[in-house]
Design a binder for this molecule. Structure first.
Ligand code: ZN
Length: 253
């Protein structure tokens, strides 16, 4: 079984020319045998309707410190049983990851027992790995996931692995990172527990993203941890979703 830590729903306009609606997401979940996935979009209400209608789909709340009322919105949605943590995209929303405006959101994650936050990584100026590290250092009790583990630039990929090696609260998520060898390198250097599979669908195809993890040279038990077990523990375990609830969610479909 597979748990995808990084998926989007919505329409991403002429620049990307991709979209994924509720039915498209449900089809991907079936096609790839997902037992669970984390979905997000700047419109949290859109995500709420999707995750309430697809048993395997869970949400991360999109927090945008540029918007009025953002703390209250995140707080309200974290009370929802299927929102499992926070998503931040400092690059497109335009702020530094460790901006003081982000700190109230980190406090909310801590109050709820240490829920995770996933940040886009890999592009200057706001999502360089070292900027995300500043947030991880400021909040050692928050589990900070570097989405794309540095993305397409080997300097940033290596930096994300270095940072995870020295910061035990940093996790690496594999989507869109082109080098299968770096997945194995990350597991060997930081341990298998903090490397998570993600697809970044619809920007990338799950079949391609799964295959990159499968050919990375991991041992079978490591592969299962990266493709599923680590996200189960991190997202579902932290929020208190039981194995029985996951199993019955699949039975509903
Ligand atoms: Zn993404």
């Amino acid at each position: 079984m597979i748990f995808d830590a990084h998926m989007h729903v919505g329409d991403f306009g002429p620049m990307f020319n991709v979209s994924l609606d509720r039915d498209g997401l449900a089809a991907l979940i079936d096609e790839h045998g997902y037992e669970g996935c984390c979905v997000f979009h700047p419109d949290n209400e859109l995500v709420r309707t999707v995750i309430e209608s697809i048993p395997e789909a869970y949400g991360l709340v999109w927090g945008n410190p540029r918007l009025p009322g953002y703390v209250e919105e995140v707080e309200r949605l974290l009370d929802h049983p299927k929102f499992l943590g926070l998503k931040l995209h400092p690059l497109i929303d335009g702020y530094h990851p460790n901006d003081p405006a982000v700190h109230p959101l980190m406090e909310l994650l801590l109050e709820r027992g240490g829920l995770p936050v996933l940040l886009h990584s890999g592009h200057p100026i706001f999502t360089l790995p070292w900027s995300i590290e500043e947030l991880a250092v400021a909040y050692p009790g928050v589990k900070v996931i570097m989405g794309h583990m540095g993305h397409g630039n080997v300097v940033y990929i290596n930096a994300s692995i270095d940072i995870a090696a020295r910061r035990p609260n940093v996790y690496l998520e594999t989507s869109g990172m082109p080098m299968h060898t770096k997945i194995k390198e990350a597991v060997d250097r930081i341990g298998v527990e903090r490397v998570l599979y993600g697809s970044d669908a619809p920007f990338h195809h799950p079949a391609v993203e799964i295959l990159r993890v499968q050919v990375a040279g991991l041992r079978p038990e490591e592969l299962q941890r990266v493709l599923s077990g680590n996200s189960r523990a991190l997202f579902l375990g932290q929020k208190g979703v039981s194995d029985e609830e996951v199993a019955s969610a699949r039975a509903v479909r």
